[in-house]
Design a binder for this molecule. Structure first.
Ligand code: FMN
Length: 188
């Protein structure tokens, strides 16, 4: 039976001693998103001071640890994001790992325009590191990074960040799974 247009067309490769390698068509972007959505992640907010006193934040879950020596992380940024030129120009950024009750903050920084009234209502506060990098306060972990390299990759750019400082706090993480927010122990 052929899949309905809404169903993901998952690529299957069949290999046996008697059959040749068979592949079905390449996955659609929807199938790709659905497959990657099965990978549960935490949620971060990337912050950059793009002008003196002006901080831009972006919710990101395409974040990963890369290397211990030197200390490197990566974050992938969409070419449509306002964040992209800020990272290219400033070359320094903060990463904050959100706590379980900070879904509203994740949603706020996943919208293009950032309204200061809502920022106040959500009690969003930033603090600068000694080297002047802004980080979101009251989060599960905070890192400061310097852009060590960047790689244009399809419609995103991968930024490698060399980690300067780390801080951790008590609490539980906000999760993202199958396009929804959740918490450890909750059914998402
Ligand atoms: C849970 C979640 C994770 C996201 N992860 C990323 C990401 O890793 N990279 C990215 O470029 N956009 C990501 N986005 C989308 C951006 O947060 C969103 O497009 C935002 O509006 C971009 O901000 P800007 O254009 O104001 O910089 C994510 C959104 C959500 C809700």
């Amino acid at each position: 039976m052929s899949p309905s247009p809404d169903e993901p067309q998952i690529q299957r490769t069949v290999i046996s001693s008697e059959t040749a390698v068979m592949t079905s068509p390449a996955p659609t972007p929807l199938a790709f998103r659905q497959a990657l959505g099965q990978f549960a992640t935490g949620v971060t907010v990337i912050t950059v001071e793009y002008e003196p006193g002006k901080i831009h934040g972006m919710t990101a879950n395409a974040f990963a640890s890369v290397s211990l020596d030197p200390l490197l992380i990566l974050v992938c940024v969409d070419h449509r994001a306002h964040m992209l030129p800020y990272l290219v120009e400033q070359k320094r950024f903060g990463v904050a790992v959100l706590k379980e009750h900070q879904q509203a903050i994740a949603e706020f920084f996943a919208q293009p325009g950032q309204n200061e009234d809502i920022e106040d209502r959500l009690n969003i506060r930033f603090r600068h590191s000694h080297s002047g990098i802004p980080m979101l306060e009251d989060t599960l972990a905070r890192l400061t990074c310097r852009v060590a390299a960047s790689y244009v990759s399809g419609d995103h750019t991968i930024f490698l960040g060399e980690v300067g400082t780390v801080e951790i706090s008590e609490g539980q993480p906000l999760l993202f799974f199958r396009g929804r927010y959740g918490q450890i122990g909750s059914s998402i």
